[in-house]
Ligand binder design. Structure first.
Ligand code: ACO
Length: 404
């Protein structure tokens, strides 16, 4: 890559690149994607191997610190996170202020933003010790916040974390358990969710990660940057797509009586904007998303393991088959992305549709943290400040109110 910035500024020129499709905004050693070949690697390790052999916490360590941990490094990392899962009692009270039917994503971003007020030692972005502590606090507390956002939405009491449990078990217990009642965590469920979190853990300069970097480039602290990332993830063209996919499948079942042909024709005609094929297409992948491949394989197994028979999985499979054989999708190189099959799995696990994007945020958290930490230590980092092509009025004189 050459530094186009230098070249253009010497020539007094600006490049116009809608949606930054051809603009690299930074150097990064975290994640490698080859969109044409359908390759995804974290720190050089293929996603397929990590999904099969690693755990979410180990993968988080890998993304953040650059290497797979030794056993003692992993134990120490895990123990640190375990010690920080509790929310400050005053932060817990925040949840009372939100309406009962609030979407859990803005609840999550608000609570993450509020961490800056509770942990003011986080405010200096160059204080390495503080960054370390904020990293642990985020990884430990975001699952608790996410579970409380759910509990609030269903009007059930909050559970304190049980730190004898692993991160995923603890999250599931706080989400689906009740105080003073034993909660048996199904190991199939735990493994499945852990794998899904690994698959979501990083994806280089996607919309939310670029947002984290943009906010971080002003030297705002880690909590402020991550909270901005949560908000970027909320949109249906990004993390919100997993919720949108499930709503689309339900719509095909109800409104189109399961007729995927009819729905695909509707999408191709571009009659109505809401009839995009959600969970299809990707800015970078012009081939099958490797994460979707793994998730599709697992969807069937996981549903069987959980004893669930969901007609929406059948609709999803027929829809995929129909789209992949259609010239519209072939010409545009549109394939299923990571979100296409996740919703069906989350539903089988008992999560309401509105929690799907929160689960994505839980998974993406270590990636966001890794990028924020990488950029602050990179001497080439500059404040993010794109230019624009001005298309407004030319100079004109102020018009007095009486003359307008
Ligand atoms: N359904 C139907 N047509 C589509 C779709 C789709 N899902 N995605 C793209 N297209 C079409 C566009 O209409 C356009 O067609 P045209 O050339 O006739 O105008 C062409 O394919 C190119 O699409 P763009 O919108 O330019 O592609 P872009 O790279 O900007 O967008 C995006 C990528 C946002 C992911 C898009 O494919 C999309 O909206 N997909 C559905 C939402 C989704 O699943 N998002 C999740 C993305 S992955 C993630 O964040 C985890």
């Amino acid at each position: 890559a050459f530094d186009i910035n230098k070249l253009l500024s010497q020539a007094g020129m600006t490049a116009l690149d809608y949606g930054y499709g051809n603009t690299a905004s930074c150097r990064s050693a975290i994640t490698y994607i080859d969109g044409d070949a359908g390759i995804l690697r974290y720190r050089g390790y293929p996603i397929e191997q990590l999904a099969e052999k690693s755990t979410f916490l180990e993968t988080s360590y890998l993304l953040i610190y650059g290497e797979l941990p030794t056993q003692s490094e992993l134990d120490s990392f895990t123990n640190k996170i375990r010690r920080h899962t509790l929310l400050h009692e005053d932060l817990k009270r925040f949840f009372d202020g939100f309406p009962r039917d609030a979407h859990p994503m803005p609840v999550l971003s608000s609570a993450v933003s509020a961490l800056s007020t509770f942990y003011q030692d986080s405010l200096d972005p160059f204080d390495q010790e503080a960054v370390e502590l904020s990293t642990v606090r985020l990884l430990a507390k975001v699952p608790t916040i996410a579970a409380y956002a759910y509990k609030k939405s269903v009007g059930q009491p909050f559970l304190y974390p049980d730190n004898s449990l692993g991160l995923v078990e603890n999250f599931l217990r706080m989400t689906f358990g009740f105080p003073a009642e034993p909660y048996e965590v199904d190991p199939v469920f735990v493994k499945a969710l852990d794998t899904l979190l690994i698959l979501h853990a990083d994806h280089e300069q996607n919309c939310s990660t670029s947002t984290v970097r943009m906010v971080g480039s002003s030297q705002a602290n880690l909590f402020a940057s991550i909270s901005a990332g949560v908000n970027a993830l909320f949109g249906p063209l990004h993390g919100g797509a997993n919720q949108a996919v499930l709503e689309m499948l339900q719509r095909i079942e109800r409104e189109f009586e399961g007729d995927v042909d009819k729905f695909v024709e509707r999408v191709k005609n571009k009659e109505d904007k809401s009839a995009r094929l959600m969970g299809f297409g990707h800015r970078v992948y012009k081939n099958y998303d490797p994460r979707a491949k793994i998730i599709k394989q697992q969807a069937d197994e996981i549903l069987k393991g959980l004893g669930v028979n969901d007609p929406l999985l059948d609709i999803a499979m027929r829809l995929e088959e129909r789209a992949l054989a259609d010239d519209y999708f072939i010409e545009r190189k549109l394939y299923p992305n990571v979100d296409f099959y996740t919703g069906v799995i989350y539903r089988a696990m008992g999560f309401p549709t509105r929690m799907f994007t929160v689960l994505f945020a839980l998974g993406r958290l270590p990636g966001w943290i890794a990028h924020r930490r990488e950029m602050i230590n990179d001497p080439t980092t500059r404040i993010g400040r794109p230019r624009q092509l001005y298309v407004g009025a030319t100079k004109r004189d102020y018009v007095e109110m009486s003359a307008r």
